[in-house]
Design a protein around this ligand. Structure first.
Ligand SMILES: [Zn+2]
Length: 263
């Protein structure tokens, strides 16, 4: 089994990550954009969705690109999500900024759970620089760093192969002796990037180049998808069925698009 798994991932590694089929969200979502021209009442509408929601995903790009820079905030509902793209800008009119602050106060309430990928302090300092949110130490933000949890889940789900020398250490941590092609991290302190996590788990390509904001707008959704996998502690078999289901779906989509061409 491990030999087959190694062969499968080795074959996959020989291809580039961006050759893989595109990432497909686990849950459908509707998008809303907020920029300097936003009407305050459109943000008030969002309060209605945010108020009963308890699970959110927040992604703040580390790189700053003036023309394509959006903070991604997902409000996770039972069967669908609302994805809010908020332009990173210091030029908001005071009334719009006030509504954005109210929105973040609702979202960052300590009764909610915020999924993030990486360091919360970096996210908070960016939000504070933009005056979107001010952290109050008496009201801590309840968050889960999916990046950290993912590493633990992946290592214990996709354990070292029988012939991997790291296997002799009788643990699942990353190490320099590891020869498993399905485990790209070879040192203990290395961290997964979100596109790597999607590629190695689901054999799908997630574009994280924020210069292309049309296709990099699914980073938040990808973090949410992994949060579900971790929440439900998916097994290797569940991951495999998910990959198979998406492969079938792609074939159905190709069939229908060909049908439209020939009709
Ligand atoms: Zn290994």
């Amino acid at each position: 089994m491990d030999f087959l798994l190694n062969k499968w991932f080795l074959k996959k590694k020989q291809r580039k990550i961006n050759d893989l089929p595109k990432y497909m969200p686990l849950q459908p979502y509707r998008s809303i954009h907020i920029d300097e021209l936003a009407v305050p009442s459109s943000i008030v509408e969002l309060f209605r969705t945010a108020a009963p929601t308890t699970k959110f995903t927040l992604f703040v790009p580390i790189d700053y690109l003036e023309e394509n820079d959006y903070i991604q905030l997902e409000m996770i509902q039972h069967s669908f999500s609302l994805m809010v793209f908020i332009r990173r800008s210091n030029a908001y009119p005071p009334d719009v900024l006030e509504h954005i602050q109210q929105l973040f106060n609702l979202v960052m309430d300590s009764s909610n759970c915020i999924h993030i990928w990486g360091n919360m302090n970096n996210i908070i300092s960016t939000l504070e620089n933009l005056e979107f949110f001010f952290h109050d130490m008496f009201h801590p933000v309840h968050y889960i760093n999916i990046q950290k949890q993912f590493k633990q889940w992946y290592n214990s789900t996709f354990i070292h192969g029988y012939y991997c020398e790291q296997n002799l250490k009788f643990n699942t941590i990353d190490g320099p002796l590891c020869s498993c092609s399905y485990r790209p991290l070879k040192t203990l302190n290395e961290e997964w990037t979100i596109d790597q996590a999607i590629a190695y788990t689901f054999t799908e390509y997630l574009n994280i180049d924020i210069a292309d904001n049309i296709s990099s707008n699914q980073i938040c959704s990808a973090i949410s998808t992994l949060s579900i996998v971790l929440d439900q502690q998916w097994t290797r078999e569940q991951v495999q069925s998910y990959i198979q289901a998406h492969m079938n779906l792609r074939q159905v989509n190709i069939f229908y698009s060909l049908l439209i061409v020939y009709l």
